[in-house]
Design a protein around this ligand. Structure first.
Ligand code: ATP
Ligand code: MG
Length: 405
């Protein structure tokens, strides 16, 4: 039986004249995500994207392709579907066979029909009735329940054929990565920043990451954890670069030359200035962070205001209004949590004073910076010595290699 993946657009459908360019990006991403699994054809018709296996290998890997498609931003719903001739006899037998397991395990069902090819002779209500009757005769234990069925059988009569499937599943939502431009995400080894990246990629941003490392205070293992996190979220954000900034010298300089209570905010401003330099060098138009209002002393309103004024790119903080428990829920969902909680040090938490100021003013911050004339040069040097690590989505064969190791 021939199977395809049907991808239904969400918000993109409202994009008016720009819609075609959004769809072009989405097709490209779907093609890229399925390429290493086999020969899949990706095309669009009637507002739906089709991902269709074109050879035997691809046919066997439809399930894997489907799991990947479910992570692609820009899709409201997705489903696997059997495709057959637009002939009611064939539709009947295909539905009974394709949905056999689901129907056998269900007590109740209903049929929904959508006929976008109006030349098909049966209208939707008749199609539902007739197909429902046939399924009842094949699976006599079933009862019809239109309000709350265990299984919904969908039949869609489209231009290229009849498509049969169960209930659609939610897609990843949002907009295709890249359609909103490019930004740089400040990636620590913690829970928040991978989640922040996921939220902003979902709004269509193509992201690269910047990480500040302060060896020997932070270890090689801590850096590897950040590489691993970038790899995990790469499935959503797409291929990217992780910029690792050697931050030891600026950080020690701030520690040695600034008032203790202002240390964290001064350091965060310094990080922002370096992030700004890297962002400009790759034409990224915003900086993303995992900050959440009042989570720690450097994330009070006044501290954030001080951080914001360190540089001129917009700072996007998608977690600003979220509780930690909500952030953790998303972290688990995207598969980052177990790695995020590995106990490695982060440069943000070394040298932290016991009582950081929660209400710093810009005047006192600028006065402290005036007492650090050597900082700008150290920041410049750190930005110039940044290490670039390319992060790519795992390919099918690589996954197998890892599995057999
Ligand atoms: P996370 O917020 O990722 O769980 P955290 O809570 O330990 O880590 P915070 O002190 O809350 O870190 O830092 C706030 C934000 O600052 C992070 O979400 C991240 O965007 C950024 N950040 C912190 N440390 C670093 C770092 N070493 N490199 C890059 N960005 C960092
Ligand atoms: Mg945090």
């Amino acid at each position: 039986m021939k199977e395809v993946i049907l991808c239904y657009q969400g918000e993109m459908a409202l994009k008016g004249l720009n819609r075609a360019s959004f769809e072009a990006v989405l097709s490209k991403i779907l093609r890229y995500r399925t390429k290493d699994l086999g020969n899949f054809r990706v095309y669009k018709a009637q507002s739906t994207m089709y991902v269709e296996p074109k050879d035997e290998q691809a046919e066997q890997l439809v399930g894997e392709a489907y799991d990947r498609v479910r992570k692609v931003f820009g899709l409201a719903n997705v489903t696997r579907a059997a495709v057959c001739e637009k002939d009611f006899e064939v539709i009947k037998t295909t539905a009974a066979e394709y949905l056999r397991d689901q129907l056998r395990n269900a007590k109740t069902f209903k049929v929904e029909a959508k006929r976008s090819d109006k030349s098909f002779p049966m209208k939707s209500p008749e199609l539902c009735r007739e197909l429902g009757g046939h399924l009842l005769s094949c699976y006599p234990h079933l009862r019809v329940n239109v309000k709350n069925p265990d299984v919904t059988v969908m039949v869609e009569i489209r231009d290229f054929g009849a498509y049969l499937h169960g209930a659609k599943e939610p897609g990843a939502g949002g907009l295709p990565v890249g359609t909103s431009g490019r930004a740089i995400n400040m990636l620590s080894g913690g829970i928040d920043s991978p989640v922040a990246a996921w939220f902003m990629a979902r709004r269509g941003l193509a992201l690269h990451h910047i990480h500040f490392a302060s060896p020997p205070y932070t270890s090689e293992a801590a850096k590897q954890k950040v590489v691993d996190l970038a790899q995990i979220i790469c499935e959503y954000t797409g291929n990217c670069v992780l910029y690792v900034v050697p931050y030891t010298e600026p950080q020690e300089y701030i520690r040695d030359n600034a008032p203790d209570v202002l240390f964290t905010v001064l350091m965060r401003r310094s990080m922002m200035r370096i992030a700004n330099k890297i962002a400009n060098s790759i034409e990224a138009k915003a900086i993303v962070t995992g900050e959440s209002l009042a989570q720690v002393a450097s994330q009070t309103l006044m501290a954030l205001a001080c951080t914001d004024s360190a540089q001129d790119l917009p700072v996007l903080r998608p977690l600003i209004g979220m509780d930690k428990s909500e952030i953790i829920e998303v972290s688990r969902k995207i598969g980052a949590f177990e790695t995020s909680i590995l106990p490695y040090e982060d440069c943000c938490t070394i040298f932290t004073p016991p009582h950081p100021k929660t209400k710093p003013t810009l005047e006192e911050i600028e006065a402290a910076e005036a007492g650090m004339p050597g900082l700008a040069q150290l920041e410049e040097k750190a930005a110039n010595e940044v290490e670039r690590i390319r992060i790519e989505m795992r390919k099918k064969n690589q996954e197998e290699d890892l599995f057999t190791l």
